[in-house]
Structures are given as structure tokens and as C-alpha cells.
Design a protein around this ligand. Structure first.
Ligand code: SF4
Ligand code: SF4
Length: 313
């Protein structure tokens, strides 16, 4: 990852790119949790709930509907990326260097930087603020994204620091990394929340941009290491809501050592506006949300194969 002024800290794993920290989460592992969202992901899933997490660099978000065209941002931009042509102050993405200067000048919050470099110490200080909730609920910290395994040294540094403080540590992952990295991360992790989307490698490539062989073999590796794993199965209409994929997934998960539980996550369109704000094409505009009946059928296929299923995170 190349980020101006921060490359050495990032290379050393002492800092990384975070796009959000969510407190009091009850869907990212046991108890009440603090979820740390890493920015950058090697997959390109059209149903992504966090499209701002895909890019491996900070991004300027412009909310046109909040802009009152006051012009305060115009002169602050050192890169000449803002012009008032036709009354539209949208940044020129070719020229913008993501310095964030205009966000400070804007009185309405129409401009916002997404993604910031944080050190291990800074993140841990945020996590420590909720210690009381972890103690009372059996919760802890979850590293999510984006893909936390895409910043492995930073992730391991965070996991170690949280482990030293006795926090329960979960990693929410697509599983796409090399096995050596995964083993390093696993040594410092208490629970993996592991995405399984499609069993067919070609369909997986078609929808996410990558094939699933490494994802499948890494999951097997984790279960052979006797790691605690929960499978996350997002149900996406016209992508993987068929019973055949559910059956193949159930057979595979049922063959794993320790037989992980499965969380079925019904697709919803909440991220549609987010895609548009980031200028990303939302390829699921036509998709309808999965019906309760279809979710129940998929769940039944899993249970027939001996799996313990929960619907929702
Ligand atoms: S982030 Fe910096 S370069 Fe980009 S539009 Fe704002 S001031 Fe200009
Ligand atoms: S400072 Fe904010 S509200 Fe004013 S013109 Fe720029 S983006 Fe719009």
C-alpha cells in the first residue's frame, strides 16, 4: 500500500489504514464488541455493504445534497481539484490528492475523508475505552473490513496488543491470503468469522473477481489448526440463493474438522446509496431481497447436513 508520508510506518506494521470504528456491536462475534474496519479489500463483491472499504487509500467523499455552494472550499484546494463550473463543486478525482484540506473548510460536512492512518497504539486506546462492556458481556474486539488480512503486520500487532490486555479477539475475513500469513494471524486470534459465498470457483471469480481455491484451502487449514470458526453465508439473490450452492456449502462445511456453525446473512439493499455516493456502479439495482421462505429453505439444507445454523449476524 502506498500512502504519502506514511509508507515506513505501514511497512513496519506499526500503522495501518482504518475507515471506521464501531462501538457496541452485537453482530460481530460474542457479547458487546468494538469493530475495527480496515480499508482495502482484494475482492470486488457487488453486494458489499461497505463499498468505501474496497480502495487501499483514503478517499474524499462529496455529498452533493449537503453542499450549499458557499465556495469556502474552492480556494483551499492545493491541487486545483475543485472548480465552480456550472455550480457543481464535485472534486476532480484525477487531480484530487486526498489531502483533506477542503473538509476542514466546509461548514456543512459535505466533504468528508474516508480512511485514516492509525497506529497500533491509537487503535488499542480506542478499544480499551469499552473494556467494561467486554467484561460484562463476554465481548471483545473484532477486526473487519475491507479485509484485515490485507494489512497483516498491522493486524498481528493489534491482535497481540489486544491479547496482552485480555480482550477476546475475532477476525472477520474473506480468507484470501497466503497460508503463512494466515497461520501468523491465527496464533493471535480467538475466533474467525469466515465468509463463504460461492462454492463454484468460476462463479466465485465471476462475481467477486477472484477464484475461491485459496479461500477454501485456508478454511480447511484453520479448522485443522483447531481454530474456532463461524461461517458467514451471505444470501444474494441471483448469485447464491439457489439450493445447489447451499447443498455444496453444507457438504463442505460438514466435512471440516470441528464442523463450524453457519450464520446465514440475508442480503439487503442498504448499501445502494453508499455505492452511489462513492461513484461506484451498483450492480444489484434490479435484485430483490431474499424472501423469508427462501432463507428458510437454505437454512433447512444446512440443517439436513448436520450444521447448526443461525439466521442473521
Ligand atoms: S481533498 Fe485536498 S486535493 Fe482533494 S479536493 Fe479536497 S483540498 Fe483538493
Ligand atoms: S465548502 Fe462545503 S458547502 Fe461550501 S461549496 Fe464547498 S463543499 Fe459546498
Amino acid at each position: 500500500m502506498k500512502l504519502k508520508g506514511h509508507s515506513q510506518e505501514i511497512e513496519d506494521g506499526k500503522a495501518g489504514l482504518i475507515f471506521d470504528i464501531k462501538r457496541y456491536s452485537v453482530h460481530d462475534g460474542p457479547g458487546i464488541r468494538t469493530t475495527i474496519f480496515f480499508k482495502g479489500c482484494p475482492l470486488d463483491c457487488p453486494w458489499c455493504q461497505n463499498p468505501e472499504s474496497r480502495d487501499y487509500s483514503p478517499q474524499l467523499l462529496f455529498r452533493k445534497e449537503k453542499c450549499i455552494v458557499c465556495g469556502s472550499c474552492l480556494d483551499t484546494c492545493p491541487a486545483g481539484a475543485i472548480s465552480s463550473e456550472n455550480g457543481d463543486l464535485s472534486p476532480d478525482s484525477e487531480k484530487c490528492i486526498c489531502c483533506g484540506t477542503c473538509t476542514e473548510a466546509c461548514p456543512t460536512g459535505a466533504r468528508e475523508m474516508v480512511g485514516r492512518i492509525m497506529s497500533v497504539g491509537e487503535v488499542v486506546r480506542e478499544v480499551e475505552k469499552d473494556t467494561l462492556f467486554y467484561d460484562e458481556s463476554g465481548g471483545g474486539v473484532t477486526f473487519s473490513g475491507g479485509e484485515p488480512l490485507a494489512q497483516p503486520d498491522f493486524l498481528v500487532g493489534l491482535l497481540k496488543a489486544c491479547g496482552e490486555r485480555g480482550f477476546h479477539r475475532a477476525v472477520d475475513t474473506t480468507g484470501l491470503t497466503d497460508p503463512g500469513t494466515l497461520i501468523q494471524v491465527a496464533k493471535e486470534t480467538d475466533l474467525f468469522l469466515y465468509d463463504l459465498k460461492l462454492m463454484d470457483p468460476e462463479l466465485h471469480r465471476q462475481f467477486t473477481g477472484v477464484t475461491n481455491e485459496r479461500i477454501i484451502s485456508n478454511l480447511r487449514l484453520l479448522t485443522r489448526m483447531a481454530m474456532k470458526v463461524v461461517i458467514r453465508y451471505p444470501v444474494i439473490p441471483s448469485v447464491n440463493d439457489d439450493l445447489e450452492n447451499a447443498r455444496l456449502t453444507a457438504e463442505f462445511v460438514g466435512s471440516l474438522e470441528g464442523v463450524p456453525d453457519v450464520n446465514i446473512l440475508p442480503f439487503h439493499k442498504a448499501a445502494r446509496d453508499k455505492h452511489k455516493r462513492f461513484g461506484l456502479d451498483y450492480r444489484l439495482d434490479e435484485a430483490t431481497e431474499a424472501s423469508e421462505q427462501q432463507i428458510a429453505r437454505i437454512s433447512a439444507v444446512m440443517e439436513e447436513n448436520g450444521l447448526t445454523v443461525k439466521i442473521g449476524g
